[in-house]
Ligand binder design. Structure first.
Ligand code: SAM
Length: 367
């Protein structure tokens, strides 16, 4: 099967259901993820002109690395599987591109060599690659996680085991997953006196993706750790709050309805995205990308998202309150008119962020 993405055309095996059992894995649904990766690589090179080397650590067909090579990155493609690396070679040749192909365990490679940018896009959780990836990255670590059920607390024990944090299955589950992933990556980097700060992150129901910029030093790593903390959440009235620090300090019960609160953490409470970088990435989305419109729309929403650690869903709130939902723009305008900050989020069409709490939202948006 031939697939064209961006400037390249690659061959990938026909994929049985959900890619399971294929000789080499390929997921067409990840085209948006790959288009944004290419745009992010272009924007990152403008931001940090000295970067030149890119490792596609779990390459499969090589489509990500081939696209990086087509954008003039000095690229290395790595996969543990013989069929995958053979296909990477063919796909480079087909596009008349040169890159280094390694049949290796990515952990071994990343422990022995460092690259300006490392991309870890594995099956499921990236955690088995996290320590080596931190050591093998000089500037930017790009990570995908597709194990959304453990990340967001739907598979609680698995989430605790993989990420060393308590995830909770809340109505802001995709953001919970993103912040659990970021917490684990930040704590991994901190072990090596590295601050890993997300400059771009996006989540869908299928995966979480983040781009972490590195800064070296114990002091900056401590500053990053200071942005970890806990979210306390009421399943009944949907009130929530957060506190910073590695020791959870939850209120005893929900201050609004007196019901039991659930606590999740330590999660990343800091920014998940730099608005200026999201704008710079958007400028690098070009027409040859199959998901250009979707990518630009996503990046615009990311750039506008206000900086709070959880989001709400208007429909869920209105259902709780026994009233009808309304157009998102009007709903957000009511919050702003009352003096609160408010924005849509990329987590869903009816989601929003605000600095108002759940009682204030209800009052501000009443008829
Ligand atoms: N990045 C690819 C893309 O955009 O199409 C998809 C990668 S696929 C989800 C994961 C790949 O990781 C598989 O090809 C698998 O063989 C490879 N893999 C699994 N364990 C590995 C390891 N320890 N080192 C290197 N590659 C590994």
């Amino acid at each position: 099967m031939r697939v064209s993405e961006g400037r390249v055309t690659v061959t990938v095996p026909e994929q049985p259901e959900a890619g399971k059992g294929a000789d080499v894995f390929f997921n067409p649904v990840q085209e948006l993820n790959r288009d944004i990766t290419v745009a992010a690589l272009r924007a990152y090179r403008e931001r940090t002109p000295r970067v030149s080397t890119y490792l596609d650590a779990t390459a499969a067909s090589g489509i990500r690395g081939v696209r990086a090579a087509a954008n003039d990155w000095e690229t290395t493609l790595c996969d543990i599987d013989d069929d995958a690396t053979a296909l990477c070679e063919q796909n480079l040749e087909r596009n008349d591109l040169a890159a280094s192909v390694r049949r290796s365990d990515a952990n071994v490679l990343m422990h022995s060599e460092a690259f300006d940018v490392v991309d870890v896009d594995p099956f499921g959780t990236p955690i088995p690659f996290a320590d080596a990836a931190v050591q093998g990255t000089k500037h930017l670590l790009c990570v995908t996680a597709t194990d959304t059920a453990p990340l967001c607390g739907a598979h609680f024990e698995s989430g605790v085991r993989s990420y060393g944090a308590v995830p909770r299955n809340t109505e802001f589950h995709a953001e919970m997953g993103m912040r659990v992933l970021l917490s684990a990556m930040v704590r991994t980097a901190a072990r090596y006196d590295i601050a890993a700060r997300p400059i771009l992150s996006h989540a869908t129901k299928h995966y979480a993706r983040t781009y972490l910029e590195f800064d070296h030093g114990a002091k900056v790593a401590n500053d990053c750790i200071d942005e970890l903390g806990y979210v306390h959440h009421c399943q009944h009235c949907l009130w929530r709050d957060h506190d910073y620090g590695l020791i959870a300090d939850p209120p005893e019960d929900c201050p609004v309805c007196d019901k039991h609160l659930q606590t999740a953490g330590p999660i990343w409470l800091g920014r998940t995205c730099e608005p200026a970088f999201a704008d710079a990435v958007s400028e690098q989305v070009t027409e040859e990308m199959g998901t250009a419109d979707e990518a630009r729309e996503l990046l615009a929403t990311l750039s506008e998202e206000i900086d709070t650690p959880t989001h709400y869903d208007q429909h869920r709130l209105c259902k709780r309150w026994g009233r009808g939902a309304e157009a998102m723009d009007e709903f957000i305008e009511k919050l702003r008119d009352t003096g609160y900050e408010a924005s849509r989020t990329h987590y869903g069409g009816t989601t929003f962020k605000t600095d108002a709490d759940v009682v204030e939202i209800r009052e501000a948006t009443a008829e």
